[in-house]
Write a protein that binds this ligand. Structure first.
Ligand SMILES: Cc1cc2nc3c(=O)[nH]c(=O)nc-3n(C[C@H](O)[C@H](O)[C@H](O)COP(=O)(O)OP(=O)(O)OC[C@H]3O[C@@H](n4cnc5c(N)ncnc54)[C@H](O)[C@@H]3O)c2cc1C
Length: 447
């Protein structure tokens, strides 16, 4: 059996876990710190962030960009705001640049460079990375904590930072294991939903439009009531809708679709930035300007050609070769209604597999917002997406991962009032005899 002993064990080598390990070392370099990661490599999800560019943080981050228990975030976000996170990254060798809407990316343009910088910094500090260690249980072992892996390996640590993230993107590390680990310690978990996720509509309606995008407004309605609007890119896919504006609205759709009373969830697409009346006026003028133009090209130059043809087919039961002069006022009104607000029923989301973040999670009430420490399990800290906190697109989720990781790492490295770390390196168990003693001490009493 391969046994591991740490002052601080970080479960999960993602954004918040790697940052927590660095913060803990920088607070107390004498500590022995290990990162226990389920996958063969740490930081797999980080590599995929920001379409491979890693949208590190956002200089405009505010409470309005987050959902869930946002009051809990205040202390960590005040101490570790985007500016402080950016300064930290500079010390690790990453130069952040600010782009549109306050989004921050590494100057290299590579998410991999963010991960490299974090890993190099960990290696320079002697923090151990233990991969293919999938934590399956976390329990008290005397004064310490025992983390047992799925394959039977065990790690013992004085303090444990649980940084295993949410359920999204399982191939990049997402799993429900964090909820199970914490529920076993008495923590409560709220229902979880995929957020920042693509939406499904009737595929027949959108399949011909696959790959077409427009920049404009999209609304999300639940039982006909407008819940949220976004402006930005909307992309048609073979199953439905994607693009940043759609992802931003997806949390509302996801929550409504999960409701027991099954409300009607509808997306309203404003393909032209005009009211319905303005669009009728525009189309009427177009009909008189271009009377001979066949319907297949009546909207060409105004909207994407294929999108225009699809909308004409929906609004006017005429062959596409018909000249525009044959359009009645009724046809123009129907077409204007689609261009100014095409409504598509939303029938589902692409689920946790494709989502970027998990809405819902571990309830924050049983944690200290200054330190991320569990109030139920002293010595256990929780970070990042695992909490009932999620952000919009734009660098906000990573900002929370860094801020909560920094808060937890620094707190976990602090000595207790009774001088727990005062033992210095005697807490590091280096030899087999000590290891064997610890295993015996931690073994359950024989019946
Ligand atoms: C495709 C994609 C793109 C994204 N782009 C952005 C972006 O540009 N900007 C932004 O702000 N946010 C982005 N996000 C969201 C952001 O990546 C996450 O919110 C953030 O990584 C959460 O950090 P975390 O430390 O809580 O969890 P994670 O980064 O998910 O790390 C958790 C780690 O724990 C490991 N783990 C899981 N279970 C166990 C276990 N039982 N034992 C040991 N290890 C375990 C996982 O393998 C993983 O390495 C994106 C997400 C996705 C999926």
């Amino acid at each position: 059996m391969n046994d591991l002993f740490f002052d601080i064990a970080v479960i999960g080598g993602g954004a918040s876990g790697l940052m927590a390990a660095l913060a803990a070392h920088d607070k107390n370099p004498a500590l022995k710190i290990g990162v226990l990661e389920r996958l063969p490599r740490v930081g797999k999800k980080l590599m995929a962030t920001g379409n491979g560019r890693c949208n590190l943080t956002n200089v405009n981050a505010s409470a309005a960009d987050y959902h869930g228990d946002i009051a809990f975030m205040e202390s960590a976000m005040r101490r570790f705001p985007p500016r402080v996170v950016m300064e930290r990254f500079q010390t690790y060798g990453v130069y952040p640049t600010v782009e549109d809407d306050g989004r921050v990316y590494p100057l290299s343009g590579q998410a991999s460079s963010v991960l490299d910088a974090l890993r190099l910094s960990l290696a320079e500090r002697g923090v151990a990375e233990i991969c293919e260690f999938e934590a399956a249980s976390l329990e008290r072992a005397g004064k310490d904590w025992r983390v047992r892996a799925k394959d039977g390996r065990e790690a013992l640590a004085k303090r444990v930072i649980v940084a295993v993230g949410g359920m999204t993107a399982p191939s990049l590390g997402g799993s429900a294991s964090g909820y199970r680990l914490l529920e076993a310690l008495g923590h409560k978990v709220t229902p979880r939903l995929p957020a920042l996720v693509q939406l499904k509509t009737d595929p027949a309606a959108v399949r011909p439009l696959k790959g077409i995008r427009y920049d404009g407004q999209i609304d999300m309605l639940v039982d006909g009531r407008l819940i949220r609007s976004e402006t930005g890119e909307v992309l048609f896919t073979e199953y439905g809708l994607s693009g940043i504006a759609v992802m931003q609205l997806s949390r509302v759709a996801s929550a409504a679709l999960a409701r027991r009373d099954k409300p009607e969830v509808t997306a309203r697409l404003h393909i032209l930035p005009l009211s319905e009346a303005e669009t009728v006026a525009l189309l009427t003028e177009r009909r008189s300007q271009l009377p001979a133009r066949p319907l297949e090209n009546f909207l060409t130059g105004l909207v994407n050609k294929r999108l225009g043809q699809t909308l004409i087919k929906l609004a006017c039961p005429l062959p596409l070769s018909t000249p525009a002069s044959a359009l009645t006022d009724g046809h123009l009104s129907a077409l204007a209604a689609l261009l100014a607000g095409w409504t598509l029923p939303i029938i589902g989301t692409q689920g946790f597999e494709q989502a970027q973040v998990t809405a819902g999670g571990v309830k924050t009430a049983d944690f200290n917002p200054d330190t991320m420490a569990s109030r139920l399990a002293p010595g256990v800290y929780v970070t990042g997406e695992l909490y009932d906190i999620d952000g919009d697109c734009g660098g906000f989720n990573l900002q929370w991962a860094w801020a909560s990781g920094l808060a937890a790492g620094e707190a976990a490295a602090r000595p207790e009032a009774n001088g727990e770390w005062g033992m210095g390196n005697s807490s590091l168990i280096d030899n087999a005899a000590e290891a064997a003693y610890l295993i015996r001490r931690c073994a359950p009493p024989s019946p």
